[in-house]
Design a protein around this ligand. Sequence first.
Ligand SMILES: *Cc1c(COP(=O)(O)O)cnc(C)c1O
Length: 352
Amino acid sequence: MNFASDNVVGASRPVLEALLAANDGAEPAYGADSFTKRAEEMLARVFERECSAFLVATGTGANALALAAATPPWGAVFCHAEAHVLDDECGAPEMFSGGAKIVGIPGVGGKFDPAGLEEALERYPRGVVKAVQPALVSISQVTEAGTLYTLAEIRAIADVAKRHGLKTHLDGARFANALDGLGCTAAEMTWKAGVDIVSFGATKNGGLACEAVVIFDKALAEDFPYRRKRSGHTVSKGRLLGAQMVGYLENDHWLDNARHANGAARTLSRGLAAVAGVRLPWPTQANEVFAVLPALVAKAVTGAGYRFAPWSSGSLPDGFSIGPDEVFARFVTSFATRADDVEGLLAAARQG
Ligand SMILES: *Cc1c(COP(=O)(O)O)cnc(C)c1O
């Protein structure tokens, strides 16, 4: 079984069935279809307010377009030093924004704090022609370390952003996992906490290839249709995205999937922490478990056929280091993870 990523599994049944059902008959093209309309309505209900929702096929596309919508080419986007938008998108946000600078802020466990943001903002003074101009703050929720910002922490960061005239973006590639982890509503985690624009992920949690950029600030949404078309993310048979999102959201399927994945991660986390020599640098709060394994344990796990992603991180807690005979591993669970897979992995780890 493969715990390397939540992208190693296919789409969930209800999403595939929604796609099949949407396949018959003629529908207007380029996102004017009834499925896309329905998806937009459902997203407005999820967020409990009027909003603009734009479907795209990848998370990188969602992030790059969201960032581009909220910063001028001479702008600065502030995020964690290991953020996906900074480290894992091949410069897409820089390209689609026309050259905006992405500024990383350090912080333990994948999170930065308001003080770190204030400090970074000081380096880019407003009105100084030599400096890129602060435009946007981007937080990842779930973070790249599998941790969560509390609602108060999101609000505190968004407050600093607002005070300095910046917008706030939330990279929700694992949005549902974050909601389940916090036990809050989508509204509470976003606009009620000061977030202006969201990358709402579906792919990792049951979609095939579908994400939404959800925008609460009307001005940011105005040019979005043109940005999306220019980027090649305006899918001609738009129903293929619309139907996925409908199947994903219908009957709380997305929340059920996330609850399942998070539950599997909790079991895995507890089990691994009980294995001799295994250390966890931070708590498991969603569907990712980060653990330092003695090399022998890692070998036993891989030898039994279980895959994980070897990891490295600059945001380990002070004094927490990885020894020469240890392996830092990321395990990711998904809607498709079976209890047997978790138990099998733990049994292998205990043999190590
Ligand atoms: C997976 C992920 C994305 C989206 O990545 P794609 O591979 O382009 O779909 C964005 N942000 C974070 C934090 C992610 O983990």
